[in-house]
Design a binder for this molecule. Sequence first.
Ligand code: N01
Length: 829
Amino acid sequence: MLANMALTGAPETQTLSPEEARLMFSEIYRSMPPGPDDIASETIEIPVDGDRIEARVLRPAVDAESIMVYYHGGGWVVGNIDDYDCVGRHLANKCKAVVVMVNYRKAPEFPFPIPMQDSYAALRWVDAHRNDLGVDGLPMVVAGDSAGGNLATVVAHRSLAEGGPEIDLQVLVYPVIDGQMSSESQSNPDNQLFLTRDVMAYFWDHYASDRDRLNPLASPILKDDLSGLPPAIVIAAEFDILRDEGVAYIERLRDAGVPVVYKCFERQIHQFFALPDALPVGGDAMSWLAQEMGRLLTATERRDAVVVGAGFSGMYQLYKLRELGLSVQVFEAGEDVGGTWYWNRYPGARVDIESMAYSFSFSNELQQEWEWSEKYSPQPELLRYAQHVADRFDLKRDIAFDTRVSSAHYDEENSEWLVTTECGRRIRTRYLVMATGVLSASKTPDIPGRDRYQGEAYQTGLWPHQDVDFSGKKVAVIGTGSSAVQAIPMIAEEAAELVVYQRTATFTTPARNHELDPIKTAEIKANYGEYRATQRLNVLGVVDERKMERTFDVSAEERASRFSEGWESGLLPGMMFQFSDLQVEQAANDEVSNYIRDRIRSTVQDPQTAEDLLPNDYPYGTKRPCIDTNYYETFNRDNVSLINLRRTPIETIIEDGIRTSEGTKTFDAIVYATGFDAMTGPLMRVDIRGRGGRKLQDCWSDGPRSYLGIAIHGFPNLFTITGPSSPSVLSNMLVSIEQHVDWVSACIEWMREEGKSSIEPSDDAEREWAEHTAQLADLTLYPKANSWYMGSNVPGKPRMFLAYVGGVGAYRLICDQVAASGYHGFETA
Ligand code: N01
């Protein structure tokens, strides 16, 4: 085709006047076949801004499945609805859409913002005349190619900013996105085919002044916030100067949580899509578009409740809501159930609350039939347990796996949430339960040079599903929190050499894990009812009790004997439960901290390593304590060494290793055990918008606020399982999960019985709860540590204590009282 054009001696567009350019463009289209003839065509007039523009309505022969408002290409200068009539016919035919082709006014006579304003006015008019056009209830698509793609994009921006019309999908075909024309594909000589850089500059010069080009409504790439835009299908051509600005825009859309389906058609030139009769791949692209539209526009689904996450909380929430007779859809980013135990597959991963206690209690049959093999189950067994629960209660049929929720927007008029997934599913629901977990947003390690590293790299919280073999390798572990404490002894056994990079030393005590004695487990099972009742009212959700004496109420000998008992107990709260004041009195805490430090000194043979392993800048328990198997002993191995980053900080990661202030070490593998954006991260990475379109990210920019850690003012019918300001991470998670799910389910049941359509906490109730939780935290030593409990492990995260320290039992009573009082502190409608 290009050769033909060259033979006809067509002049270069940039040398022509706009009138001449328009004639030449029309000439190209006049030489094309007219497109499918079974399309009903009607030209209408649309009033805009005291004037009128034309539009062509093209109806397919079959029942239409969508309405597509289409903006033709032509650099805002050339092209019209007659030129594009055949394009509209093909689209109507292939996409089964009523196509409304808009004849927006052209530059330079009508420069920016007029074509954009015409385009938006036409969209509004079409939406307001759905009935007359016979397209009531059909999903709305805005579409366009090249400069028309630019108009479709900015029309979507305006619809979002101005509250409508609601657009279900944007189709952007090699859109013009950036008036700065600075992307790589703009200057590559391979791309100067149908559309050259000079022609594009000619179009921009006619459309927008240098200043106007910096307006995001001319250059949409310059818009700060793209969140909340409708899903997009983007089509590109390989040899097109506009290719890279389209790709850059896609990245921005995806970063903002907008679902994007993208295809770059290989060996194609600009305009190929709008010349389907000359370039058959244009027809293929339309067929592909039709298929993707069909997938993305399947009518918005509807469920009574949507649950995000299929870990233990999401699974149990599904079970409970089904029991109430609700239709439920669960979305899960992983390919299976299990949450934490699906993602954290690093060597040595296991629970550190006894399995007999860290398990569901809601079904007696389940708790009687399941056999735990060890005191602290390893990750594979926990995952098998989650899978067993899913199968036993037939949960998977309502769980969409491999599906990440990108946004949830509250529709005040209907008291409903519109939930959108990254792959374009849209569901309307009355109740939205975020069962996203508290330690599920793995923190991207903030270490310079990380991307340069060429060897194997792993993150504990995103461990591969295939076996990782460290045998014979030189391995680095960065971080010494709970994950590292479990992984280090295992990796040390396999690797040729292991170097541990420690920024903050950890307190850990022996787990004394062992196989479970069937006689003992049978005894527990015989009294499981009582065992569970104790857990529910216990401060941590376990069956062991904290002793009531204070540290200095007893003699030094008695103290030593109690701490030794705690050390030998093999329980996570074994040390903390020895006295009632260890968490609140510095002097008392010094005693237990010193006891553990002495144990470290006596276990680790090399004095300098022992000294480096001593935690000495925070009280015991104020960072999450660990329990371990051979952690300190591992540093006595010949193949293990410790680097204290407080003395020799990491300068950078390099291609084959890690450089500290003392020198470089090379590694075959680096393991990042660097933790999570805890508690708030999993919620904040979804674009959640409540009443008035308020974003959760904005509401929580100074730290999370919620009532009881379950519900948030301004976000009706949204529930957070083990959310910030509830006991959550300070407890046996299974107990806290069951308590929250039971409470939320009872609340929903009550709403349905009472005929309520919405519930949300009052601002006052939320403020009072925030004050109460902060006051309790301030009574403890927790604020003295830079911990993830305080949000201090994530740069820029506001510093505040993220959980409720009042204890599981007391907290349960408060929640029950709130419910019994007819949901005191909540507003309902
Ligand atoms: O993460 P962490 P985790 N350069 O945040 C270090 C639960 N869990 O995955 O303290 C160098 O505790 C960081 O150093 P610092 C449990 O609740 C439970 O281990 O920030 N180092 C720290 O040493 C736990 O608390 C189980 O100075 C960097 C480590 O990385 C929570 O999950 C098992 C660094 C992160 O430790 C999180 O544990 C595992 C940097 N740039 C986890 N950035 C069980 O049930 C971070 N670090 C047994």
